[in-house]
Design a protein around this ligand. Structure first.
Ligand SMILES: CC(C)(COP(=O)(O)OP(=O)(O)OC[C@H]1O[C@@H](n2cnc3c(N)ncnc32)[C@H](O)[C@@H]1OP(=O)(O)O)[C@@H](O)C(=O)NCCC(=O)NCCS
Length: 167
């Protein structure tokens, strides 16, 4: 868990904010031309990892992805915008939120497709867990997400314990 001291200085949420834009191509879709859920989950994982890397300044692995809903279909030719940032840091892990939008440049419409919370764990090149610098929420929305992330961690842990006891 050793890391240079300056990499453990608190950093604002805005330093981790990341955005990816993807255009939906035929290879990303089902036979009806709608985006595959699995492809979107892959992009969400990548967008989440970007924010986690930017904040932790280290390698990270995905420990978990919370429940996800897909609220609106996305079609071939649409633009998918994924925005991510670190909601809260715990010790070696951090929760990242990813919000997904679809834009149709012909109709100039934008719709919310999905939101996801991912937990990443910081590791070094040998796979050892690393302590992560605290994140500082500044805006009202960031403070709300920070508080909510604490509650979600408790729920995740309780669910994990329940699954392990049933295994
Ligand atoms: C995730 C992983 C690093 C956890 O390691 P571990 O030694 O089992 O976990 P520990 O109990 O030491 O916990 C380490 C941290 O991860 C968190 N964590 C562990 N499992 C978790 C889970 N399923 N969901 C959320 N957080 C989790 C712990 O809360 C802890 O956080 P903290 O340090 O901030 O308090 C390990 O299981 C792993 O490497 N998994 C594979 C990751 C991977 O390859 N992902 C890509 C997809 S296959």
């Amino acid at each position: 868990m050793n890391k240079p001291q300056d990499s453990l200085m608190p950093r604002p949420v805005r330093d981790s904010q990341s955005e990816i834009t993807e255009v939906v191509l035929p290879n990303d879709t089902n036979p009806l031309g709608s985006l595959l859920g699995g492809r979107l989950m892959h992009w969400i994982d990548v967008a989440g990892a970007l924010a986690a890397h930017r904040h932790a300044r280290s390698y990270v692995v995905t420990a978990s992805i919370d429940h996800m809903d897909f609220w609106t279909p996305v079609h071939v030719g649409d633009l998918v915008i994924l925005r991510s940032s670190v909601n809260r840091v715990f010790n070696t892990s951090m929760e990242v939120g990813v919000k997904v939008w679809v834009e149709n440049y012909l109709s100039d419409e934008s719709r919310h497709v999905s939101s996801a919370y991912l937990t990443f764990v910081a590791i070094d090149a040998a796979g050892r867990h690393l302590k992560v610098a605290p994140v500082v929420p500044e805006t009202e929305a960031e403070k709300r997400r920070y508080e909510d992330a604490g509650r979600r961690r408790e729920i995740r842990k309780a669910e994990r314990d329940r699954r392990e006891s049933n295994a």
